[in-house]
Design a protein around this ligand. Structure first.
Ligand code: PMP
Length: 399
């Protein structure tokens, strides 16, 4: 009976990562998958996370009973406060709640299903370009139209803000607008504060629904408040919104699948009703979420000493990224005689949109064993003091 099934297309980032793993070359460099690496090119379990895992493992009062459908309360509560800050209007007025999710992807997914099934929303807009999963995720949640708004201007290597505003102004009322809270994936270019203010105005006037995607809080600037400034601003401006949070990158908990959907509503009385519908969505999808990642994150967020230790880890990661950006730009400017590499240091977060073409990416893979997405997006964390010269030389050669 399965002969009716056709081969599906591969998912690029997993495909490139596998090609890298299968490549026997000692020179190979992986700039594809969005995961932090140390200067030795190794994954990093944050020391504070390792410590908390031990504490959890030895705590005989803990067990493996099911969590409630919406997750561990002390986690969702702390996660929403982490995002919004204790002085946010929505927090003070208790006009928010969180739903524990299967990482950031799961938060987007349950949010999308809610918007489709409970609010009859059918159109979603995402930036062009965006994280490759946005369109599929909303389609699979039942959205009839997935559209893009202008975002990246390849000529200036920065945001086409005028184009973005025009597209949002022309979006039909009730459209869902995905906004990257910080460290835009893949371009590394975020709107300025003034631009966020203008976007807030358009979104409010045009009755659009802002759905923030916050996968890199802490990675963009090393400062949590800065990195969620836009979400906090929208909340304080009285927007009702969703924000999908991922703890994959900032806690290094990629495979624990720990995330949170923060919901902000201006009608506090509606919260039990909204929660009841999220419970039904979760029940029908996976019944209830896993606990381990939620325990780790909530233990850290709810203890000021642990939180400080985590903060120093996030600074180590974001500072290494900044340093690698600086050095890559310097080396490219020394080697290549034309073009500008300023965008490498202007962009923030894990990713950089290099401006390399698909053909150049192909040569980098075949000739130099350097792996990246065909859009020219690189994960800056894949760079280190041992491979920087090699990568800069290879890039200048293909150019
Ligand atoms: N949104 C964006 C923009 C991302 O880059 C990612 C991670 N690549 C995610 C969401 C979700 O990641 P995860 O499900 O692993 O938390």
């Amino acid at each position: 009976i399965f002969t009716v099934v056709n081969q599906g297309p591969p998912v690029e980032v997993f495909q490139v990562n596998k090609a890298y793993n299968d490549d026997p070359s000692p020179k190979k460099v992986n700039l594809s998958v969005g995961a932090y690496r140390t200067n030795e090119g190794k994954p990093w379990v944050l020391p504070i996370v390792r410590q908390i895992k031990k504490i959890i493992a030895e705590d005989v009062t803990l067990n493996h009973e099911y969590l409630p459908m919406l997750g561990l309360d002390e986690f969702t509560e702390a996660a929403s406060k982490f995002l919004l800050g204790n002085d946010c209007k929505s927090i003070i007025n208790k006009q928010y709640f969180g739903v524990q999710s299967l990482s950031g992807t799961g938060a987007l997914r349950i949010g999308a299903v809610f918007l489709k099934t409970q609010m009859n929303r059918n159109i979603v807009y995402y930036s062009n370009p965006t994280w490759e999963n946005h369109a599929m995720l909303f389609k699979h949640s039942g959205f009839e139209k997935t559209e893009s708004y202008r975002y990246w201007d390849n000529k200036t290597k920065s945001i086409d803000f005028q184009g973005m505003c025009q597209d949002l102004e022309n979006a039909p009322e009730n459209s869902v607008i995905i906004l990257h809270a910080c460290a835009h994936n893949p371009t590394g270019c975020d709107p300025s504060k003034d631009q966020w203010m203008a976007l807030s105005k358009i979104i409010k006037e045009k009755k659009l629904f802002p759905f923030f995607d916050c996968a890199y809080q802490g990675f963009a600037t090393g400062n949590l408040e800065n990195d969620s400034w836009a979400v906090r601003y929208f909340a304080n401006e009285g927007h009702e919104l969703f924000c999908a949070q991922s703890f994959a990158k900032n806690f290094g908990l990629y495979n624990e699948r720990i995330g949170n959907l923060t919901v902000i509503t201006n009608n506090k009385e509606a919260i039990p009703i909204l929660k009841s519908q999220f419970q039904i969505i979760v029940r029908g999808m996976y019944s209830n979420p896993p606990c381990h990642g939620a325990r780790i994150v909530s233990t850290i967020l709810n203890n000021s000493k642990y939180f400080e230790e985590w903060n120093s880890c996030i600074r180590i990661m974001s500072e290494r990224i900044t340093e690698m950006r600086k050095e890559l730009r310097e080396k490219l400017e020394n080697r290549t005689k034309f073009g500008t590499w300023k965008h490498i240091t202007d962009q923030i977060g894990m990713f950089s949109y290099t401006g390399l073409s698909a053909d150049q990416v192909e040569i980098l893979k075949n000739k130099y064993h350097i792996y990246m997405l065909k859009s020219g997006r690189i994960n800056i964390c894949g760079l280190n003091t041992n491979n920087l010269d090699y990568v800069a030389k290879a890039i200048s050669d293909v150019i």
